[in-house]
Design a protein around this ligand. Structure first.
Ligand SMILES: [Zn+2]
Length: 223
């Protein structure tokens, strides 16, 4: 199964990196956990997934089988226990997912997700940069009452950030190439992903708002 590698995109020259099928079977592949109603919750590793299966917290699975985990020999049957873990698991109970219960939920702001939101572009000079060369620019600077919120921050290269200094884009005569947005919970989960498999991506996309700019970006890689 194909997937998209967001970690590779952090260090490199392109937006979302497509990864080949065989690498997606590695144990490092994360599983998408949802609640019982199918709302995305979080990424979990295979150990956490195994724990949920064993504690019978997995209500149903979606996506495709990812890997088989071999346990001990069952005293009852004499057979070795095998656990097949799927790429998406729906679990019982609610673990207080604020993104699904509150309309006004705002995901925490951090540079990794911010740079991914902006596809690693400097939103002023429209060049793409690796993460280490990007910085968080406050569109309206602190000194002019700007706040540290999703809609007031963009990825900017250091050169543009220095050039703009403590001015608004209008004052600096620098134009933004895109409108900054606050990710919804599902968008945030996607942006926080490491390597997102095609089926996980389709699943998350179904929860994105219709106007999400992420649709077009993802489509380019999965067509
Ligand atoms: Zn720039």
């Amino acid at each position: 199964m194909l997937g998209i590698d967001l970690e590779k995109a952090d260090s490199g020259s392109s937006d979302l990196q497509l990864v080949a099928g065989y690498t997606t079977r590695a144990l490092s592949q994360l599983v998408l956990r949802t609640d019982i109603s199918g709302m995305p919750l979080e990424w979990i590793d295979y150990k956490e997934a195994a724990r949920l299966y064993h504690q019978e917290q997995v209500a149903y699975t979606c996506g495709s089988p990812l890997f088989k985990l071999y346990g001990g020999v069952s005293a009852l049957t004499g057979f070795r226990t095998v656990l097949e873990v799927n790429s998406i698991v729906a679990t019982v109970g609610h673990t207080g997912n604020p993104g699904n219960t509150r309309q006004d939920y705002v995901p925490p702001l951090n540079n990794q997700t911010l740079f991914r939101r902006d596809a690693h572009f400097c939103l002023y000079c429209a060049q793409r940069f690796p993460v280490r060369e990007l910085s968080r620019d406050h569109i309206r600077p602190f000194s002019q009452g700007g706040r540290d919120v999703w809609t007031n921050v963009v990825a900017a290269c250091r050169r543009c950030n220095n050039l703009k200094a403590s001015r608004t884009p209008e004052q600096a005569k620098m134009q933004l190439i895109a409108v900054p947005f606050t990710p919804t919970y599902a968008e945030y989960i996607f942006l926080k992903g490491r390597r997102v498999l095609a089926d996980q991506m389709e699943y998350l996309r179904a929860h994105f708002p219709r106007h999400s700019p992420l649709h077009a970006r993802i489509k380019r890689y999965l067509s």
